[in-house]
Ligand binder design. Structure first.
Ligand code: UDX
Length: 447
């Protein structure tokens, strides 16, 4: 009999995982505690913008015409416990208010609510990003609470999906990591992931702490790469060098690699910033804080970029106050192909200039609603052209394809001043300069 799968928490990770499991051929039941989410998903609608996710969902959600019917949603814990052989826990672990540590309350609540109903053998699989040591603690809690006792096991299976590529990353992961305590758990997870493993995804089996650490180590490495190149950008700015050329040149060394070496206003989003902070906090608790003090520097370099972008803008406008200056901001999301504005460097820069008296007008292809909710006092425009009309300066802060495809000559007709600052090093300077724009980017010479 094919395994039956449940997915607990239907946010970014859970909604994608549920749809992907249905795509792999499993019967899937998703659970969330927020009724609106369940209603939307049941209609085949996704509460966020993620390329390909809505199509995948509609292909499988029961009740939608032409669907396989393999995917359903519920709010009932007993139903989930009764249905599933494998329960994936996909709830979020945000940063605690006023602290670096991560807030485990959603994971704890999910595991407890589920465990109480587990009256038959099952494998509970944690996917959330958690402080190392959590799996061991949760395994003990499950043993305590589950009516089926030792017939219920825990495994840890971190998720590495990127926003904007969530579907692809989930269906074709570049690796599958499973932290297990038994051969039985490993066997079950090999069955769940038989398709991607058959297509070549490496399957790495570890103990609990290693599986938990793989995720935070990977995100710390990525954050370090970005802050490294941003530190080089600072040095290039001081020395008159060109960080884009520098990144290209070091990237040819295969040991370094060219990915994640784009200098600019730095990283944001719901993962990297909070994950490196939670990692530092946890290392402190374990008495290994010295090992991760470098992450504090990674975080500082990253946060400093936002202020540097503001200062670069001030300087380009002639120095002094932003009062009365019209500033067009292209991009609000923390990265392209997402509508996520959590800890977005772009919105942070827009907000700082606005709070200092600038007249800021923001345009983003997908992030407008979320940006408006978070920052209602900023000005918003319905298109790049509308944002740029009459502007004294244009800031390119999220590298959407739409912005690379803008016609600098046509846009120049609308701008008050042809001055563009590229906070993502993603536009073609030659093209913009040819159209009469003054183009400046972080870590690169003025002309
Ligand atoms: C990240 C990890 O990549 C993913 O594996 C993990 O599961 C979740 O966290 P995500 O948050 O979707 O994914 O974003 P990512 O693509 O890693 O980008 C993070 C930030 O870094 C963005 O703000 C992006 O603009 C910035 N970035 C990325 C740079 O500033 N320069 C780069 O070269 C690359």
């Amino acid at each position: 009999m094919a395994l039956k799968i449940t997915v607990i928490g239907t946010g970014y990770l859970g909604a994608t995982h549920a749809a992907a499991m249905a795509e792999l051929g499993f019967e899937v039941l998703g659970l969330d505690v927020v009724p609106e989410k369940i209603e939307m998903l049941t209609r085949g609608e996704v509460p966020m913008y993620e390329p390909g996710l809505e199509d995948l969902l509609r292909k499988h959600v029961a009740g939608i015409e032409g669907s396989t019917g393999r995917l359903r949603f519920t709010m009932d814990w007993a139903e989930v416990a009764e249905f599933g052989d494998v329960h994936f826990v996909c709830v979020n672990t945000p940063q605690k208010h006023g602290e670096y540590a991560c807030d485990m309350s959603y994971v704890d609540a999910a595991v407890e609510s589920l465990a109480k109903h587990l009256g038959k053998p099952a494998l509970v699989v944690g996917k959330s990003t958690v402080p190392v040591g959590s799996a061991e603690r949760l395994a003990a809690r499950i043993l305590e609470l589950a009516p089926a006792g030792g017939e219920v096991e825990l495994a840890w299976n971190p998720e590495f999906l990127r926003e904007g590529f969530a579907v692809q990353d989930t269906l074709h992961p570049d690796r599958i990591v499973v932290g297990v305590c038994s051969d039985r758990a490993e066997k079950t997870l090999r069955e769940v992931y038989a398709t991607p493993v058959g297509q070549g995804s490496p399957f790495v089996v570890t103990d609990f702490p290693t599986a938990e650490l793989v995720k935070t180590a990977a995100n710390s490495f990525l954050a370090t790469k970005i802050s490294f190149i941003n530190a080089m950008a600072e040095v290039c700015e001081a020395a008159g060098g060109d960080v884009a050329k520098l990144a290209e040149a070091i990237g040819y060394d295969e040991r370094i690699g060219s990915k994640f070496l784009r200098a600019g206003i730095g990283f944001g989003g719901g993962c990297l910033p909070k994950d490196i902070r939670a990692f530092m906090a946890r290392a402190g608790e374990l008495g290994a804080d010295q090992a991760l003090t470098f992450l504090r520097e990674i975080d500082s370099i990253n946060m400093r970029r936002r202020g540097q972008m503001v200062e670069m803008t001030r300087e380009a406008l002639g120095g002094g106050s932003f009062l009365g200056k019209r500033v067009a901001v292209l991009g609000a999301t923390f990265k392209p192909d997402s509508d996520d504005v959590r800890d977005s460097p772009a919105l942070n820069v827009a907000g700082q200039i606005h709070l200092q008296g600038g007249q800021v007008t923001v345009y983003d292809p997908k992030g407008m609603d979320n940006a408006r909710r978070l920052f209602p006092t900023l000005g918003y425009a319905e298109s790049a052209e509308a944002a740029v009309r009459g502007a004294d300066v244009v800031l390119h802060l999220t590298e959407w394809r739409e912005f690379r495809e803008l016609d600098p000559a046509a846009l120049g007709e609308l701008a008050g001043t042809r001055l563009i600052l590229d906070g993502r090093n993603a536009l073609d300077p030659v093209l913009w300069r040819k159209a009469g724009w003054t183009y400046r980017a972080m870590g690169r010479p003025a002309a």
